[in-house]
Design a protein around this ligand. Structure first.
Ligand code: AMP
Length: 301
């Protein structure tokens, strides 16, 4: 079975939407990515670290889905990464009220022995220095390495972020972050500038307006799935990456055509994620639910 390796935060999230507030639920980039990707019946492993405050039941959520968490470290006397986000009325705008890096500061990641040559590597959102350390332990280059990041790291670790961008095949980035990273207001121009920084492919995520995949020759615009009620957009980007990576792991490919299909799988997966708080939206679905929405999206093209 093909292998997918994921690094990213495993976190506590407190989320406030115009209707609801939840306190310290399970979140984090690696959490959303790995749970989404697990729907694709692949072998996956997560590298991250949590504190002694991380509840035992949360580990079971990963184990139940056959996600290898042998390198999800516990620092007993430390605190888990903690993020507080608040959404504006339209749910498109989000403010980060707090980011506590906690145990992720100075984290030394270790790639599990049987994942040193994965088919797909996802460098999910976390400190770019950790993403670089994971990449340096990979023995055989994966079919595709996918990078996700966030404005926080642009503000706090731009130099290392540029280093990792220069080494990956594909970057997933949202519209505001394209502007921040490149200083350009046009998404198409900004995405092309990012191609010149190293990656062969750029995916720009535009929330309810869908996403755009580009390489040096081609462009593909994918609409979003029309969700009836968005409850919580947290993790939409990560579950998009999880669906994208899950599909690419099954086909073991990095062609433009397969990434195009993968974008539809990512879009479908993300649409379930926003229908529930935290991981609730993706926790209760299966592969067939994703296929149904991929078919729907395909018919929109
Ligand atoms: P998304 O909504 O896809 O941007 O992802 C939100 C998730 O990313 C939440 O579950 C957070 O715990 C996590 N997160 C928030 N800020 C950061 C950060 N600076 N680095 C890594 N993960 C983060």
């Amino acid at each position: 079975m093909n292998r997918l390796l994921i690094v990213g935060t495993v976190a506590f999230d407190s989320i406030e939407t115009p209707d609801t507030r939840v306190n310290k639920v399970l979140g984090g980039a690696a959490t959303h990515i790995s749970i989404s990707a697990s729907l694709f019946n692949i072998n996956s492993a997560v590298i991250s670290i949590v504190g002694g405050d991380f509840p035992y039941e949360y580990f079971k959520i990963f184990k139940k889905r056959n996600i290898d968490i042998s390198e999800l470290k516990i620092k007993k006397n430390g605190k888990t990464f903690y993020w507080i986000g608040k959404y504006a009325k339209n749910m498109n705008q989000r403010d980060t009220l707090k980011t506590e890096v906690n145990v992720l500061e100075n984290f030394d990641p270790v790639v599990p022995e049987n994942f040193t040559s994965p088919n797909v590597l996802v460098l999910g959102n976390l400190d770019p220095s950790v993403q670089l350390k994971v990449m340096s332990q990979i023995i055989t280059p994966p079919k595709i390495t996918i990078l996700d990041t966030m404005n926080f790291w642009m503000d706090n670790a731009m130099e290392n972020l540029k280093k990792i961008i220069s080494k990956v095949d594909l970057i997933c980035i949202n519209d505001d972050e394209v502007k921040q990273l490149t200083g350009l207001n046009s998404l198409a121009e900004g995405a092309r500038k990012i191609l010149n920084m190293g990656p062969n492919y750029v995916i720009v995520k535009k929330g309810e307006y869908g996403s755009m995949l580009i390489d040096k020759l081609n462009t593909f615009e994918c609409p979003a799935f029309p969700v009836k009620k968005v409850k919580d957009p947290t993790g939409a980007g990560d579950s998009f990456a999880g669906g994208l990576a899950g599909y690419l792991t099954t086909v073991n490919s990095s062609s433009f055509d397969d990434i195009k299909k993968a974008v539809m799988y990512g879009t479908a997966t993300a649409s379930f994620s926003v229908e529930g708080f935290g991981i609730n939206g993706i926790e209760k679905i299966n592969y067939n639910d994703i296929i149904n929405r991929v078919d729907f999206i395909n018919n929109l093209l």
